[in-house]
Design a protein around this ligand. Structure first.
Ligand code: QUE
Length: 351
């Protein structure tokens, strides 16, 4: 039996290379991986030999499918320490990436969801390939689009952030760039040569990286999202989930019907918390947004919430048939939503 590390750190030329190395779990993040990444980023930030950081996923399929939420949901709400410790460690690492003083280049050459977005979107460069599949899918498991979603989602064009956060819509190629989540596109088979070129360069700042990317970048083609932008902005410009659902119901359009049926499968309380989260996050600086997210997820793991049921239905039993509580958006009160934003007293996380 080999006991391969879950995350690898290699220095190659001017690069510090992070490889998420749990391919059979789609490179999903554990507490230990987040801690090791944070420690290494602290070291590389001031190491003169390191000009830039590259992060990639091992294996053919995924960059990173998220956090290891299956493990977290195995514990009971009374015993949520493992879960809050994971989120705290992950968010501190996410913040380290946001504030990282050197180019940080994520190679999104596979599935990139939830936690995988958190280890990429806050960096300076996000390379998209034809294998990238992006989503913030947390409303399907009774969670919220965290890992800095409160900060980056309200800042996406129009109402795309709320649309992506509520529906968990999956994006590919040109649409990921259109949304501002990816910064450049190249085909997957160029990645090896691209990293080799980066490692041989003398990278001083982001413009040096831009120059190398320009040698490899390709046109991702037309963004299909553009066709739906007016519909998205109108529907998700509504202020409540009830009015978003009514709005979609009143439109005679295939996209509206599909979007409505997607939303009807999501956790009602998650959807109401997400609307408040994205609204508040638009007014917050990065670290304050992370502090708010930590409050929300700490509350979610502290009671018998939809998170436990969502992970059971989607990731454990895989019946895709969660029993949400409350069962409908009408049954979710303002007080229930507000409780997710209450401060945590001596358990607050500050950055
Ligand atoms: C929402 C999530 C996650 C998810 C599905 C959701 C998530 C996550 C995974 C995941 C991880 C490893 C696997 C896998 C799925 O799925 O965070 O199949 O091997 O890690 O709807 O937040």
């Amino acid at each position: 039996m080999t006991n391969e590390a879950e995350v690898l750190f290699v220095e190659r030329g001017c690069l510090g290379i992070i490889t998420l190395n749990r391919p059979r779990a789609l490179n999903s993040l554990s507490t230990n991986m987040c801690r090791l990444m944070d420690e290494t980023l602290i070291k590389w930030a001031t190491d003169d030999a390191i000009g830039a950081v590259v992060i990639q996923g091992a294996g053919e399929k995924a960059f990173c499918a998220g956090g290891d939420v299956k493990t977290l949901a195995e514990n009971s709400p009374e015993d949520h320490h493992t879960a809050t410790e994971f989120f705290a460690t992950e968010y501190i690492m996410n913040s380290r990436i946001y504030h990282f003083p050197k180019p940080y280049i994520a190679l999104l050459d596979g599935i990139t969801m939830g936690g995988g977005v958190g280890v990429s979107v806050h960096g300076s460069h996000r390379i998209i390939t034809e294998k990238c599949l992006f989503a913030m899918p947390e409303s399907a498991i009774g969670l919220i689009p965290d890992v800095g979603g409160s900060y980056f989602m309200p800042r996406l064009p129009g109402k795309l952030g709320l649309y992506l956060g509520l529906t968990g819509a999956r994006l590919k190629g040109a649409d990921i760039l259109y949304a501002g989540i990816g910064t450049s596109y190249m085909s997957s088979d160029k990645i090896t040569d691209f990293v080799a070129a980066l490692s041989k360069a003398d990278i001083k700042d982001a413009r040096d990286v831009d120059g190398i990317i320009a040698d490899f970048a390709e046109d991702p083609g037309e963004a299909s999202l553009d066709e739906f932008r007016d519909l998205i902005d109108a529907a998700f410009g509504e202020v409540t989930i009830e009015s978003i659902l009514d709005h979609l119901d009143a439109i005679d359009h295939e996209w509206a019907g599909k979007t409505l049926s997607k939303l009807k499968k999501m956790s009602p309380i998650s959807m109401k918390v997400i609307i408040e989260q994205i609204l508040r996050g638009g007014e917050l600086e990065f670290n304050a947004a992370m502090q708010m997210e930590y409050r929300i997820v700490s509350h979610i793991v502290s009671y018998q919430s939809d998170f436990y049921e969502g992970v059971r239905a989607v990731l454990i039993d895989k019946d895709q048939n969660p029993t949400w509580n409350p069962a409908t958006v009408a049954d979710v009160t303002d007080e229930m939503v507000a409780a997710h934003f209450a401060d945590l007293g001596d358990k607050e996380l500050t950055f």
